[in-house]
Design a protein around this ligand. Structure first.
Ligand SMILES: Cc1cc2nc3c(=O)[nH]c(=O)nc-3n(C[C@H](O)[C@H](O)[C@H](O)COP(=O)(O)OP(=O)(O)OC[C@H]3O[C@@H](n4cnc5c(N)ncnc54)[C@H](O)[C@@H]3O)c2cc1C
Length: 456
């Protein structure tokens, strides 16, 4: 008889996971609190575009869905930084145009993944919100309806009910920490126009606050504005009226005004989203329950990796299912936990660091100079060097290893930048020697190379 799998949450991770398991011939049932997206209009102001990178692409490739999903995306080749004086700088992400990220609407991606699941026979119960569960009895409660499960995957997002049930069951083993960021976000919209360069992540970085735009298929942009919640002139607490919003845009984001005819209404009508980091000390309960995606490790969005990390949970688990003899779930879950948790902790830290980088440092001259030095090293030694950003977005090097590699690179770049006034002055002989004798042997010893992951 086919093994029964129950999944809570048909978000991005739950729907990809359901697809992968169904392809492995499991009997998959998914409970989702929202209505079926097939019959729903997109909820404007709440969708947010996402950046899909190597780990996300790897998940889609393992599912055989790359060809179906890539046409829903727009390539992003680098950051277009809009300065306060109206100037604009372009910072490429990769070594050349073949290295890019992909911008995709969360709504369209989720809807497409759910549709693909339906096509292969995954069973969905929409408008089923898990209210409570009994871990010992293996029962789930959706209002008055109770169902049993055999094996449960929790992909119910950052506010996971399953995670809370485990924490209640055994507070010593299952410790939860939730750190809210003092900044939140609002979605705005930039309609189709000819003034914005295509293929860029447009950023208006202003120290404590910023706005960014990701391109849609029709060349419109879904914008996200990040502001502190309070204690600042430009905080959600202070920007309440039309006059406040106008002042914010006139003073801080003036160059975007001609392209955003509805910025006032968007700002006043759209909700403020909260951002935080969720950590959980153990992601499985015996061989019965595993947590995945944001339910296990929600992170702030400033490395564009939350969904990508969740898709990596899927690829890690599917490999373990393939490799583990006799489908020993206990072993699969324990190994998954041991392998992925350090990576989730690493990307959580790096995402917080990137908040400061995007908000603050991106417009800072010293930071830009260092980026230019790094770009010279990367261009001259493409086989020997890849930036930490590049390792995270273009390779499958585990996040924890990329984090350590980044620390090594910082030391090296600091040494190479000393006393320079122009990036052309970089001592390339010294750089090569450092890469050949230190960085690369170290990376190799960890079992990795800087090779790019190419989705097919
Ligand atoms: C502003 C912003 C920008 C981001 N940008 C990026 C990016 O560029 N790249 C990237 O990789 N990540 C990004 N992320 C992170 C990404 O959105 C999340 O990591 C990703 O959505 C996690 O997927 P998930 O399936 O684990 O959780 P979710 O997407 O939250 O899905 C959870 C699902 O569970 C359902 N659910 C919840 N509770 C219940 C319940 N009790 N019963 C039944 N169903 C339930 C929900 O309705 C939902 O469908 C961003 C996040 C934000 C907020």
């Amino acid at each position: 008889m086919k093994q029964q799998i129950t999944i809570i949450g048909a978000g991005l991770v739950g729907s990809l996971w359901a697809y992968l398991l169904k392809k492995k011939n499991f009997d998959v049932v998914v409970y989702e609190k929202r209505p079926d997206p097939e019959f729903q209009p997109e909820q404007g102001g709440r969708s947010i575009n996402l950046i899909l990178t190597s780990r996300g692409l790897n998940g889609l490739q393992m599912a055989g869905l790359t060809e179906k999903i890539l046409p829903l995306t727009m390539p992003v080749y680098g950051r277009g930084i809009h300065q306060k004086n109206g100037d604009k700088i372009f910072q490429p992400y990769g070594r050349d145009k073949s290295e890019c990220n992909y911008s995709v609407s969360r709504w369209e991606l989720n809807k497409a993944l759910i549709q693909e699941c339906k096509n292969i026979g995954v069973k969905f119960h929409f408008e089923h919100s898990l209210d409570a569960m009994d871990v010992k009895e293996k029962t789930l409660s959706f209002g008055t309806k109770k169902v049993n499960y055999e094996r449960l995957f929790a992909t119910d997002g950052a506010g996971s009910i399953v995670r809370k049930a485990l924490a209640q069951l055994d507070a010593k083993t299952y410790q939860e920490s939730v750190d809210w960021l003092d900044a939140g976000y609002k979605e705005l919209f930039m309609p189709v126009n000819k003034g914005m360069e295509s293929g860029e992540l447009h950023i208006w970085a202003r120290g404590t606050h910023m706005m960014m735009g990701l391109e849609n298929l029709d060349h419109s942009y879904t914008m996200t504005m990040y502001l502190p919640h309070k204690n600042h002139e430009y905080s959600f607490e202070k920007i309440k009226t039309a006059a406040d919003v106008e002042r914010l845009f006139q003073n801080e984001f003036k160059s975007a005004i001609p392209f955003m005819p509805n910025y006032l209404q968007d700002f006043l009508n759209h909700p403020v989203g909260t951002l935080g980091t969720v950590k959980f000390s153990k992601w499985n309960y015996k061989d019965e329950i595993a947590l995945m995606g944001d339910a296990a490790h929600a992170i702030v969005p400033f490395f564009g990796q939350g969904m990508n990390a969740g898709f990596e949970d899927c690829t890690t688990l599917i490999k373990l299912i393939d490799e583990t003899k006799d489908l020993n779930w206990s072993q699969i879950f324990e190994t998954y936990n041991a392998k992925q948790k350090p990576n989730a902790d690493a990307i959580a830290e790096m995402a917080l660091e990137n908040f400061v980088e995007m908000r603050d440092k991106v417009a800072d001259e010293k930071f830009q100079f260092r980026k230019k030095i790094e770009s010279v090293v990367e261009k001259n030694f493409p086989d020997l060097y890849r930036s930490r950003y590049g390792m995270i977005t273009y390779t499958l090097i585990p996040y924890a290893v990329a984090q350590q590699a980044g620390l090594k690179q910082n030391v090296m770049l600091e040494q190479l930048s000393q006393g320079l006034t122009s990036p052309d002055q970089v001592d390339l002989v010294k750089a090569k020697q450092m890469l050949e004798t230190d960085f690369n042997p170290w990376l190799k010893a960890q079992g990795y190379s800087t090779d790019r992951f190419i989705a097919s």
